[in-house]
Design a protein around this ligand. Structure first.
Ligand SMILES: NC(=O)c1ccc[n+]([C@@H]2O[C@H](COP(=O)([O-])OP(=O)(O)OC[C@H]3O[C@@H](n4cnc5c(N)ncnc54)[C@H](O)[C@@H]3O)[C@@H](O)[C@H]2O)c1
Length: 321
């Protein structure tokens, strides 16, 4: 399969991630077939597609008359065969469970041709396991997006033990060709790259809050107005390269190393999130939301709207929109 041969794409599972991929592929002028198990899920996906397109229009990414055109490139069905029989690329975004994903694989393989590339949006499950009963495991690959996939450029490409090198190369070239930034994991690792990094950070947030060092709100504020601003421009290693002045990152690690080693000894290293943290986090988030001015979003809907607006502005700065 060559990248140029990819013309029709199926999105199987049309929840938070599936609808957003469908929208992005349609924006990039592909014919998209969306499958989900119920009409209600498809109706919700249609509604979300429309809302997201309106947000792109309001933020000057597309013209108003394009909304209908893009929507018309997406066909919705609850009949798996209709969605997947004539496509070259399939994105599975079903629930995060080996059991369900394996069952989906079985159904998908019944109707797709053997060279269709099958991609899972899994947030951290192993492709080897998802494709363990597959007829053609070599065409299975992971392409983990960040929410919302129609805006965030990162795609983490993961292979299973039997994934062919050709499929990895085509998937990487395909995502690059549609404006995404794929990174390929050289080995399978639960949680991939970014969820591990996020969770390392969040384990520390949890520990700081539970120890009473700071509130959820102040931890969020510290990240947003501190390192988060720099991370939106370049990764942590480049940030440290600059932090080391003329001695670069190794100079920084040498200079601060003894101090950092003291912090490390005091930092969280638990292997399971404390159960009681969920409630504390919820209360902390509610307090934080209450304190936010309306313009920055002060309920779930307006927060999402604010996030998308800011993402769009940042993506423009990155020349990604
Ligand atoms: N939400 C995120 O932030 C995020 C980010 C990256 C990756 N992911 C991954 O994307 C996948 C989907 O997550 P989500 O957040 O969109 O979940 P979701 O619950 O919003 O959507 C899942 C969809 O799958 C449908 N579904 C259930 N059984 C199905 C089946 N047998 N066949 C087809 N569809 C079926 C559901 O009706 C639902 O619409 C998961 O693997 C998740 O780990 C999620």
């Amino acid at each position: 399969m060559k990248v140029e041969e990819i013309k029709k794409i199926a999105c199987v599972g049309a929840g938070v991630i599936g609808y957003s991929w469908a929208l992005y592929f349609a924006l990039k002028k592909f014919d998209v077939f969306v499958y989900d198990i119920t009409e209600e899920s498809l109706d919700l996906a249609k509604k979300r597609v429309n809302e997201s397109l309106r947000s792109l229009w309001k933020n000057h990414v597309i013209e108003e008359e394009e909304i209908c055109e893009i929507e018309n490139r997406i066909l919705y069905t609850t009949v798996m065969e209709e969605a997947v029989r004539d496509i070259q690329f399939l994105v599975e975004s079903g629930p995060e469970s080996y059991e369900i994903k394996k069952e989906m694989v079985k159904q998908i393989e019944q109707y797709t041709s053997d060279d269709t590339i099958i991609v899972s949006s899994t947030s951290g499950l192993l492709i080897t396991e998802i494709a363990s009963n597959a007829k053609c495991p070599e065409r299975f690959i992971g392409a983990h997006p960040y929410n919302p996939p129609h805006l965030i450029p990162l795609v983490e490409i993961t292979r299973g033990e039997k994934t062919s090198e050709e499929v990895v190369e085509v998937a990487k070239a395909f995502y690059t060709s549609i404006g995404k930034e794929p990174v390929v994991l050289q080995k399978e690792a639960l949680g991939f790259i970014c969820n591990r990094i996020q969770m390392a950070l969040y384990r520390e947030v949890c520990d700081l809050v539970m120890r009473g060092v700071c509130s959820i709100e102040d931890a969020d504020k510290a990240v947003t107005y501190g390192p988060g601003l720099r991370w939106g421009i370049m990764g942590p290693s480049l940030v440290f390269q600059l932090g080391g002045g003329q001695n670069g990152i190794d100079g920084l690690l040498k200079h601060l190393g003894p101090s950092i080693n003291l912090w490390l000894q005091d930092m969280a290293d638990f292997k399971e999130f404390p159960k009681e943290f969920g409630k504390m986090a919820r209360e902390g988030v509610e307090e934080e939301i209450k304190n936010r001015p309306e313009a920055l979003g002060n309920n779930d809907a307006s927060l999402a709207e604010y996030r998308d607006k800011m993402l769009i502005e940042m993506l423009k700065l990155h020349h990604k929109l």
